[in-house]
Design a protein around this ligand. Structure first.
Ligand SMILES: [Zn+2]
Length: 212
């Protein structure tokens, strides 16, 4: 399991070795990770490549970011090339799923605004986990155009049709005053991680998970 030295909360980015967080193995994979993080419960959300954040317990069933203010409660997102982002502040944590649609929908900025407005506290630190790298991620002109709308001015996030979702999300976090770092290799290049571009429908899912 991969961790960021920046985050103070208990957290992990899993890979192939920790199992697939889909199908029949999902419950046991989640339970093993919950135990590894010494947590009481494990929560995910039905991800729809949108840009909405929910808090655990507020009844939201579909969304792409999940936050909690409860100690010992894991929030997690499932990914296989998309970007997992874990964030923390004083007394709260969140997991965010940022693929190209979520990134273009400004999910990181919206999620942080939602948490800070509701809690009255700042998001302080963030870790961007293993995701597809720029050299492996060629996209259509429509995707490039959609991402241009959220890219911070002056950030180097593309080479022609190849876009860097990690650099984009890192740049957005830093533009909001959040201390942030990226960890892990390109998921398509590394056999240690699930990759939808490499394996198609056969790809499992890894998770980014955090609790405090
Ligand atoms: Zn790669």
């Amino acid at each position: 399991m991969l961790r960021s030295a920046l985050l103070r909360s208990r957290h992990a980015f899993t890979g192939v070795a920790q199992g697939s967080f889909v199908g029949a193995t999902r419950a046991s994979s989640e339970d093993r990770l919950r135990l590894a993080l010494d947590a009481s419960s494990f929560h995910t959300i039905s991800q729809i490549h949108g840009s909405v954040l929910h808090f655990v317990g507020d009844g939201g069933e579909e969304g792409d970011a999940l936050a909690t203010t409860e100690p010992g409660v894991v929030v997690a997102v499932r990914v296989a090339d998309c970007v997992p982002v874990l964030v923390e502040g004083e007394g709260f944590v969140a997991a965010i799923h940022a693929g190209w649609r979520g990134t273009a929908g400004d999910i990181v900025r919206k999620s942080i605004a939602t948490m800070e407005a509701r809690l009255g506290r700042r998001v302080l630190r963030a870790a961007v986990g293993p995701a597809i790298g720029r050299s492996c991620y060629e996209v259509s002109p429509e995707v490039v155009e959609a991402l241009e709308g959220v890219a911070p001015v002056g950030l180097h996030w593309r080479e022609g049709r190849n876009v860097d979702l990690v650099a984009l999300n890192l740049g957005i976090l830093r533009s909001l005053g959040v201390e942030a770092e990226a960890v892990g290799p390109c998921t398509r290049c590394s056999p240690d991680y699930w990759s939808h571009r490499r394996s198609g429908a056969a790809a499992g899912r890894q998770v980014g998970a955090i609790c405090f």
